[in-house]
Structures are given as structure tokens and as C-alpha cells.
Design a protein around this ligand. Structure first.
Ligand SMILES: Cc1ncc(COP(=O)(O)O)c(C=O)c1O
Length: 364
């Protein structure tokens, strides 16, 4: 198969050499422990916390469960103001915890929640704000924090994309009452499936750990309305193997992000996410076209060449009327029709990026 006939997908998991995973798996086999907060989970929590300077870090099954646990741990019941430019999991987590999503429109540049539109959505039933650091781009955490303080609301960041991003030289995951991240196969750092909660106090941290483990305290009394959110040793071992390569993966993404950007930025009908607060992890390469028609032309051309970018996030989640009451968010609805994430991953070559860019330019 020559390079032109090999399909190129939007992403591929970043994986350590198999031999390094196998070595860790031998240790798991020999230990006879597969789950229940085993040694690999504990080691992974300690290593990630140390690497990113995080306190109160708990690993769980996936990012969606991490969001649900955050809502549960904060005891929220009522309206949660969130963004409509997100993955459906943000909304399903809110709904599964018996709360109501209230959609705030986005800033058309940063693609994050427009912090200037939050206050007008606050009612007597509002209990929290749940912004998303879209594509790892930091939200205006200071402004959001001051709004939350003024109205006595909690803040949960959907930080599914945000590992490796920083704000004020601190991990972006350390902001909010709780941040919830995803360690899914497509994320910059992955455990196959996985997620984590990062709490801003040791009390909340202990509560999250009890929720993760059926609501048990240390003596196995059930003192919390918990469930089973535990990660297995098999997934944790994958995380330990992959973590060693995190810096390399991050640098690679950044290089490729700018390679794409330098090539495409002077093509006047294209625009890009505005990255002006903190430091993004460059985990995605989203391009915003002038119209949905133009996007569809580009997508078709790429697909004809076996290149499969992804319309992400599409559609705007406020339009999922099977699960939510429609609330108009024109900017999110418009952008989601015009945004396409181009392939970006460790094994993607610069020649392939060049070919993708040429095809994009040819078709606009
Ligand atoms: C913004 C956002 N929130 C939440 C999630 C859910 O994460 P997970 O797939 O680990 O459940 C995702 C998944 O991609 C996401 O993009």
C-alpha cells in the first residue's frame, strides 16, 4: 500500500511501544490484582499528579462518569449553565444527575462559553456553571470564578480535552471546584477508556473517592450514594506506559499544529480558534470555513482521497431535541456547521499534512 492509498483518520491513539506495556502487564499478571484501587492505579494517580502538579487527583472509568461524579459530589440539583458547543457527554452527565442544562452561547473566536453571557442566564434555580475548555483552549477561568463567587455557584470544568494545557503556569485541570478530564483513546494522554476528577479540597477529594467505590468509607460502611467508578489495572498499566511519552506527544502536536496553521492561515476564507488565554495543548486542529457548503466540498474532496477529518462538535448540542428543550444559541449553531477537525496525531507525517493542506486549498 503506498502512502497515498493508506486511509488517514482524524486521529490515532498515542501508544507507547508494545514491549513496555507487556512488561507492565506481566507485573499485573503476577500480582493477581485486576481492580479495586490496585497498585497500578495508585502508581498512575501518583505519577500524573506529580507530573502536572495536581492535588486531589482521582482516576475513574471515563470522562463522562467523572463529570457525573463531580455533580454528585457537589450535591447539585437544579440548573447548570453550560455551553452548547460541546460533546453530548457534557449534557448527558448533567441530565443523568437530575439537573437541567441551560445553554450559554460561545465566543466565536475562542469557541469557549462566552463568559459575558453567563450572568443573564442565572435564575433562582441555577446551582453551577459547567464550561468546557474546547480543544484544550483555556476558558476565562478568572472571570468565571468571579461570577460563581458573586452568585454563590459551583464551577465544574469539563476539561475532557485539557490535559497538558496551562493557565497562569498551572495545569488547567487545577481550576474550578472540580475539573473532570477524559483519558479516552483519542485524547492526548490515554488509558484506552478513562477519566479523572481533580478537586479543589481534600474533603471533596475524599468524597469523590467514596463515590467511586460504592460509597464506602475506609471501614467499608456505606456512607455515600456511590457507584462503581473504578479503573482496572489493565487500563492503568496502559496509562503508565503512555505517560512516559506525554511530553514527546505534546511537542509533536504543537509542531504539527503550527505546520498546518502556517500553511493555511493566509488562505483568506479560513479561520482558526483564537488561543489567547493561557497555553493550549494543541490537541486538535480545527478549521472554520466560510460556509457549510464550503466545508462539505472540502470534506468530500478529502474523503475521495481516503482522508477522514471529523465534524466536531457537530451539531450544536442545544439542537438535540430528543434529549433537551431547544434554547437558541446562534453562534454555536453557526460555528458547528462550519468547523472541521483535520487529522492530527503522532504518526501523521509532515508530507501527509502537506497533502491534506493542498487538497483543502484546491477545494475552496
Ligand atoms: C467535551 C467532552 N466532554 C466529555 C467527554 C466524555 O469523555 P469520555 O469519552 O471519556 O467519557 C468528551 C469525549 O470526547 C468530550 O469531548
Amino acid at each position: 500500500m503506498n502512502s497515498e492509498s493508506k486511509p488517514i483518520y482524524v486521529t490515532q491513539p498515542s501508544l507507547a511501544p508494545l514491549s513496555e506495556y507487556v512488561e507492565l502487564m506481566e507485573e499485573v499478571w503476577n500480582s493477581g490484582i485486576l481492580t479495586h484501587n490496585g497498585p497500578k492505579v495508585q502508581q498512575l494517580e501518583a505519577e500524573v499528579a506529580e507530573k502536572f502538579g495536581l492535588n486531589n487527583f482521582s482516576i475513574v472509568l471515563n470522562g463522562t462518569i467523572a463529570l457525573q461524579m463531580a455533580i454528585k459530589a457537589l450535591g447539585l440539583k437544579g440548573e447548570i449553565i453550560t455551553t452548547s458547543f460541546t460533546w453530548v457527554a457534557t449534557i448527558s452527565a448533567i441530565k443523568w444527575e437530575g439537573c437541567k442544562p441551560v445553554f450559554c452561547d460561545i465566543d466565536p473566536g475562542t469557541l469557549n462559553i462566552d463568559e459575558n453571557k453567563i450572568e443573564s442566564l442565572i435564575t433562582d434555580d441555577t446551582v453551577a456553571i459547567m464550561p468546557v475548555h474546547v480543544f484544550g483552549n483555556p476558558c476565562n477561568v478568572e472571570k468565571i470564578d468571579s461570577i460563581a463567587k458573586k452568585y454563590n455557584l459551583k464551577v465544574i470544568y469539563d476539561a475532557a480535552h485539557a490535559i497538558g494545557s496551562t493557565y497562569n503556569n498551572k495545569s488547567l485541570l487545577s481550576y474550578g471546584d472540580i475539573s473532570a478530564t477524559s483519558l479516552h483513546a483519542t485524547k492526548l494522554f490515554n488509558t484506552g477508556e478513562g477519566g479523572a476528577c481533580i478537586a479543589n479540597s481534600s474533603e471533596l477529594h475524599e468524597k469523590l473517592r467514596r463515590i467511586r467505590f460504592f460509597g464506602h468509607d475506609q471501614e467499608k460502611n456505606v456512607i455515600e450514594d456511590g457507584f462503581n467508578g473504578k479503573m482496572t489495572e489493565i487500563h492503568a498499566a496502559l496509562g503508565l506506559a503512555n505517560l512516559k511519552y506525554f511530553d514527546k506527544v505534546l511537542r509533536d502536536r504543537q509542531k504539527k499544529y503550527f505546520y498546518y496553521k502556517n500553511f493555511l492561515e493566509n488562505k483568506n476564507s479560513l479561520s482558526f480558534q483564537k488561543l489567547d488565554l493561557g497555553t493550549c495543548n494543541y490537541s486538535y486542529f480545527p478549521v472554520i470555513f466560510q460556509s457549510e457548503h464550503q466545508l462539505l466540498q472540502v470534506e468530500k474532496k478529502l474523503n475521495n482521497n481516503q482522508i477522514y477529518p471529523r465534524r466536531y462538535f457537530y451539531p450544536s448540542v442545544n439542537t438535540y431535541t430528543q434529549i433537551v428543550d431547544y434554547q437558541e444559541n446562534p453562534i454555536s449553531e453557526d460555528i458547528s456547521k462550519r468547523i472541521l477537525c483535520l487529522p492530527l496525531y503522532k504518526d501523521l507525517t509532515f508530507d501527509e499534512i502537506q497533502r491534506i493542506c493542498n487538497l483543502v486549498v484546491e477545494s475552496i
